[in-house]
Ligand binder design. Structure first.
Ligand SMILES: CN(C)c1ccc(C(=O)NC[C@H]2N[C@H](CO)[C@@H](O)[C@@H]2O)cc1
Length: 474
């Protein structure tokens, strides 16, 4: 039964990962793409935040069970500056061609919470297993509306592991009809692009919304791997990006590979998306990583750690390769997360944030929901993850970051200043490591706000890279 599936999955994963890991090990670490999403002042953004939130998958109003006070708590505890905010097609377009202003108003209210606190928002059109309509109770899948779910009478079973539903004929048919692999439903991708156009029309002028993540963890049904990714997935992304650009020229469009395989470190076959905007393209790449040994309950220690490390090496090389193939685009790690009660869990969290820093990638941790994966218990008690994530980081850099490293009471940043950027470089400093004053070597302090934990610095005009070091004054 399930145990056999888990064992087989692990063996397959180990083979994939070791093959990928060996391949990656034969290559030196890929050069970071060096490209970043930038704010309106032209600063390179280092995005750190959460997926908010899984609870939105099933709520009737499509909103996460998350309050403004909880955002204040997150901001005070960890100094995050980013959110991958889950939205759903079922809520945007409850009936074909009918867009819900009330739902978009609810999304806009929450975007306003983040905007007031200086956050950047990426709207994630979330789906898992296509739709709630795949099972009678409506609680297995999420994302697509029932009217866009065509299973053609094919069966869907009952499974202990939710991932197994992806193997059911009815779920595969629902995806095949959406991608029009069946040739029966060309209208569905058109509706999907139209729903995104409606979202983009609403948020085109909202400076807090920095990106649209076009589809969460796409699945090809009977088409898997490059035939899916370079085929209907790329063409659907292109159609959707074109629809967005008819109403929004500036928000970044983020595209994700299929989850199957790439979440575990295997390469993606995603094709290049052309950006119809005037000026430089604003396409980004948003892969996820969930090393299978971890997903199957192994911690980050012993053999499991060896396999996970090989996964991360392979995943990084493949993510960089795809970002380069998309035109040298910035990377946002849209999801990674784990049960932080597993042995070695926080070492893995540290490894992923260090890897993202080396790649110049943004990170949205999965997820903000309470419980063993998240930062807080159900009753709001902080969990081990809060301290792990409350570390110094350069939020916005007045130039292009070259490299940076951080520990709780020290940040070192090398970057290439851009004289055209007038705004100062912004750095988050945790209270734990910086209880009082700060010393900055290599730059001038513009402001140090111990309430907001924000340090802003400027470097004298000049040529070449600058290295600044921030330490506490004891
Ligand atoms: C077989 N397929 C197609 C598959 C298997 C496993 C995942 C997954 O674990 N995803 C990781 C996390 N991402 C979602 C939300 O985006 C969470 O529910 C998963 O834990 C995805 C797809």
């Amino acid at each position: 039964g399930v145990r056999r599936i888990r064992i087989v999955s692990l063996v397959v994963a180990a083979t994939l990962v070791l093959a990928g890991g060996v391949a990656a090990a034969l290559r030196s670490d890929p050069e970071p793409s060096g490209v970043y999403l930038r704010d309106e002042q032209g600063r390179a953004l280092i995005l750190r935040g959460f997926n908010t939130a899984s609870s939105a998958k099933s709520t009737p109003d499509g909103m996460p069970e998350f309050t403004e006070d909880q955002l204040d708590r997150e901001h005070a505890d960890m100094g995050t500056n980013f959110v991958r905010f889950l939205i759903s097609w079922r809520s945007v377009e409850p009936e074909p061609g009918v867009y819900s202003r009330e739902y978009l108003d609810r999304v806009a209210e929450r975007v306003g919470w983040y905007a007031e606190r200086g956050y950047h928002v990426m709207l994630d059109m979330h789906q898992d297993l296509w739709s709630g309509a795949i099972t009678p109770d409506g609680r297995t899948g999420n994302g697509a509306p029932a009217w866009a779910t065509y299973m053609d009478g094919m069966p869907v079973g009952e499974h202990e592991m939710w991932e197994q539903y992806y193997l059911d004929a009815g779920v595969i048919r629902a995806f095949d009809n959406f991608w029009n692999t069946t040739g029966e439903h060309p209208e569905l991708v058109e509706h999907y692009a139209g729903a995104w156009r409606a979202v983009a029309e609403r948020f085109a002028d909202d400076p807090a919304v920095i990106a649209y993540d076009l589809m969460n963890e796409p699945y090809g049904g009977t088409l898997q791997g490059p035939v899916f990714e370079a085929g209907p997935l790329t063409s659907t992304y292109q159609r959707t990006a074109d629809a967005i650009r008819t109403v929004d020229q500036d928000t970044w469009v983020c595209v994700a590979p299929q989850a199957m395989g790439t979440n575990w470190g295997t390469p993606s076959g995603l094709g290049k998306i052309d950006d119809a905007r005037e000026g430089d393209p604003r396409i980004a790449y948003c892969p996820h990583i969930y090393p299978l040994p971890m997903d199957l309950g192994g911690g980050y220690e012993g053999t499991s750690r060896t396999l996970v490390d090989a996964t991360v090496d392979s995943w990084r090389a493949n993510a960089q390769r795809t970002a380069d193939a998309l035109g040298g685009v910035p990377i946002v790690l849209g999801e990674f997360g784990l049960d932080t009660t597993l042995p070695g869990a926080l070492d893995f969290v540290d490894r992923m944030y260090a890897t993202a820093a080396e790649m110049g990638a943004g990170v949205s941790y999965w997820s903000r929901d309470p419980g063993p994966w998240g930062p807080y218990e159900e009753d709001g008690t902080p969990r081990n993850l809060v301290a792990a994530l409350d570390t110094p980081y350069p939020r916005a850099v007045a130039g292009t970051p070259v490299t940076w490293t951080a520990q709780v009471d020290r940040l070192e940043l090398t970057y290439r200043p851009d004289p055209a950027v007038g705004a100062p470089t912004e750095i988050h400093l945790p209270r734990r490591g910086f209880p009082g004053g700060v010393d900055v070597a290599g730059a001038d302090i513009v402001d140090w706000n111990q309430q907001t934990r924000l340090l802003t610095v400027r470097t004298p005009a000049g040529s070449g890279d600058v290295t600044l070091t921030v330490t506490p004054i004891r």
